[in-house]
Design a protein around this ligand. Structure first.
Ligand code: PLP
Length: 424
């Protein structure tokens, strides 16, 4: 059935009146109330963005250092992304994985060059990428690819982790609130405390096939893995022929100032330069807002999957891959890994100076993944800062996250610090 009139979207909806005369809910919010399943507690109604700024329907401007939860790696409306989207839409948007497309091949090559010898497959989100890691481990544990031993399927993951919201990835996730009400969960997952090597060792059984961790627990409240944990984990997993599965969905993609967070965590640590997981889940910043996920699989495990054993209709589309290639070009050309490292250091220094005041108790993380720990609930802090013109993202364990675009400027970091200092 055709709609008689186009649905009003975005800025075409009349702005709501001034706060004194505003109805309880704006027109957009009323649409959500009636038609959108309430899966989230939403705040503002955003209508446009430029660089690190967004505007709401009353044309109020906000400094967006939440970055769409670590997705907007180049900020909003980046000209290179806009141009690639338009150009690629004119050439080929989607072709499906029954055919070759040049952009997928080139992007896989770039990701392998950045990470290490192996191969890549593409999907559409972080949960799907982690689901790919889990399926890789199951296949490996059933003897596929000639590198596993049959009959193993158990994956050890960590408490307080977050790996996604599909049935397998929410089971892998180490937070009860994410799993609640979805029982029975997927069998074959064991949870142990994070940064506790002895706990991993104690959990290994003849059925264990893999260990899955985040290098920095993002949703859990920005907890960083220690160098000893990572090096010990690599040794332990090798010794027991277990796959080391790395969830780099939030902490990867240059967010720490290095391509993957283990490179930053292990900088200057003897033996650290040889550290490499067996498979890495990527998503979020990879497409700078265009949905794309990827799984890098290290040699010799790249042949565990065979044609028909895993797949997705959209994954690795010409459009998604062309955008991701453009984003990588911009990151490299504009040296954004160095930029986010320097900006992150400024931000961390500024926030650390506030510890012990304003209910701020701790600052954790690196570069573009910084957690500000407060006495007050993170939701309340985020609401106050939003009112003051700064968008951040709440996390678990009383933590508020800064997840700025990789091209955030020193002036914008200074502005954020000023707002935090004046508001809290
Ligand atoms: N893994 C990590 C570490 C994440 O932070 C997230 C999302 O926040 C996911 C997986 C799930 O990604 P997506 O929401 O794209 O499915």
């Amino acid at each position: 059935m055709l709609l008689e009139a186009p649905l009003p979207v975005g800025p075409s909806i009349a702005p709501s009146p001034s706060p004194e005369e505003a109805p309880a809910r704006t027109e957009v919010q009323a649409l959500y109330d009636q038609y959108v399943v309430p899966l989230a507690n939403r705040g503002l109604t955003l209508t446009r963005g430029r660089g690190r700024y967004v505007w709401d329907e009353q044309d109020r401007k906000y400094l967006d250092l939440g970055g769409g939860v670590a997705v907007n790696s180049l900020g909003h409306a980046h000209p290179a992304v806009r141009d690639t989207l338009a150009r690629q839409a004119d050439a080929l948007i989607h072709s499906c994985n029954l055919y070759y497309n040049e952009w997928q091949g080139r992007l896989a090559q770039r990701l392998v060059e950045l990470t290490g010898p192996g191969k890549v497959f593409f999907c559409n989100s972080g949960a799907e990428a982690n689901e790919g890691l889990i399926k890789l481990a199951r296949k490996f544990g059933h003897g596929a690819g000639g590198t596993g031993s049959a009959g193993r399927y158990e994956i050890i993951t960590t408490l307080n982790s977050f790996h996604g919201r599909t049935m397998a990835t929410l089971t892998a996730t180490g937070q009860e609130k994410i799993k609640h009400g979805f029982e029975p969960l997927v069998p074959g997952f064991v949870h142990v405390p994070y940064n506790d090597l002895a706990a991993i060792e104690a959990a290994i059984t003849p059925k264990t096939v893999a260990v899955q961790i985040e290098g920095i627990q993002g949703e859990g409240g920005v907890f960083v893995a220690t160098p000893e944990y990572l090096l010990g984990l690599r040794e332990l997993t090798r010794k027991h022929n277990l796959l080391l599965l790395w969830d780099g969905v939030q902490c990867g993609y240059f967010r720490t100032g290095r391509w993957q967070s283990y490179e930053r965590i292990l900088e200057g640590v003897p033996g650290g330069e040889d550290f490499l997981p067996d498979a890495i889940a990527m998503a979020k910043s990879l497409g700078a807002g265009f949905p794309i996920g990827a799984v890098w699989i290290r040699e010799p495990y790249q042949n565990v999957f065979t044609p028909g054993s895993h797949g997705t209709t959209y994954g690795g589309s010409p459009l998604a891959c062309a955008v991701a290639l453009t984003v990588l070009d911009v990151v490299e050309r504009e040296k954004l890994a160095d930029n986010i490292r320097a900006r992150g250091d400024e931000l961390k220094r500024g926030l650390q100076a506030l510890v012990g005041t304003r209910g701020i108790t701790e600052v954790r993380g690196y570069g573009g993944l910084i957690g500000l720990v407060c006495e007050e609930e993170p939701g309340a802090i985020v609401a106050k800062l939003t009112q003051a013109g700064l968008l951040l993202v709440p996390a678990a364990n009383k933590t508020v996250r800064f997840l700025p675009p990789l091209n955030v400027t020193a002036e914008e970091i200074a502005e954020a610090l000023r707002i935090v200092t004046e508001t809290l």
